[in-house]
Design a protein around this ligand. Structure first.
Ligand code: PGA
Length: 249
């Protein structure tokens, strides 16, 4: 089955008006049409800027989080409908930094995925084990538990999600999972998706994230079940991000 790979940048809490403009102009230098799907998940204050600069190109806009609620007294949160107003196509949910620093549970992540889906935004659902969990042989159990919560709430439209396997020990550390380590977890996730939605599982994109860079992207993306990447640090450097995009045909 042919499905386009997805390369999504996760800018995290980085950037300003001037640096965003420089980065986007460099990314879009070649006209902004890419062989794979490409998105940048930016801080919310810059949605309008990115939307304007990327207009007419195939660069999609993504958010780094979304509220599980539709509206109301939730100070500091942004609803999926608000994201939609700015042309947001993807929303990362359940990033390990949200789980770790904001106490997000599997159930909350599942609700956030549901809120995104209801607004027509594709959730990029992050799962991944810590180093202690890997060392304890719990990797499979952890990622399956995290994905199961999302499937439980969103089973009827599970074909609409993107999954990102991001081993916590590989995020921002320069330690990348080997292609074999990543592929073996991706295969577990694929089997779980198959169990939930056999007709659609092959078409669901499972991204790898965690110190993916210009040097290691091609070998990771060559694995059977690695359908793209969620890229943090390397997405802030246009030449590196473009090389990763080029590796994702
Ligand atoms: P990294 O971050 O590429 O800087 O490791 C990936 C992520 O957290 O999504």
């Amino acid at each position: 089955m042919t499905k386009k790979k997805l390369i999504a940048g996760n800018w995290k809490m980085n950037g300003n008006l001037a640096s965003n403009e420089a980065l986007l102009k460099a990314l879009l230098q070649g006209g902004g049409s890419f062989e794979c799907d490409v998105a940048v998940c930016t801080p919310a204050p810059y949605f309008a800027q990115v939307q304007a600069l990327a207009a007419g190109t195939s660069l999609a806009l993504g958010a780094q989080d979304v509220s599980a609620h539709a509206s109301g007294a939730y100070t500091g949160e942004q609803s999926a409908a608000m994201l939609k107003d700015f042309g947001v196509r993807y929303a990362i949910v359940g990033h390990s930094e949200r789980r770790q620093f904001h106490g997000e549970t599997d159930d909350l992540v599942a609700s956030k995925a549901a809120a995104a889906l209801a607004a027509g935004i594709t959730p990029i659902v992050c799962v991944g084990e810590t180093l202690a969990q890997r060392d304890a042989g719990e990797t499979e159990a952890v990622v399956k538990r995290q994905l199961a919560a999302v499937i439980h709430v969103n089973g009827h439209c599970i074909s609409e999600i993107v999954v990102a396997y991001e081993p916590v020990w590989a995020i921002g550390t320069g330690k990348t999972a080997t292609p074999q380590q990543a592929q073996s977890v991706h295969a577990v996730l694929r089997a779980q998706l198959h169990h939930a939605a056999s007709a659609h599982a092959a078409g669901i994109r499972i991204l790898y994230g965690g110190s993916m860079n210009a040097a290691n992207a091609a070998e990771l993306l060559a694995e059977n079940d690695i359908d793209g990447g969620l890229i943090g640090g390397a997405s802030l450097k246009a030449p590196d991000f473009l090389q990763i995009i080029a590796a994702a045909r």
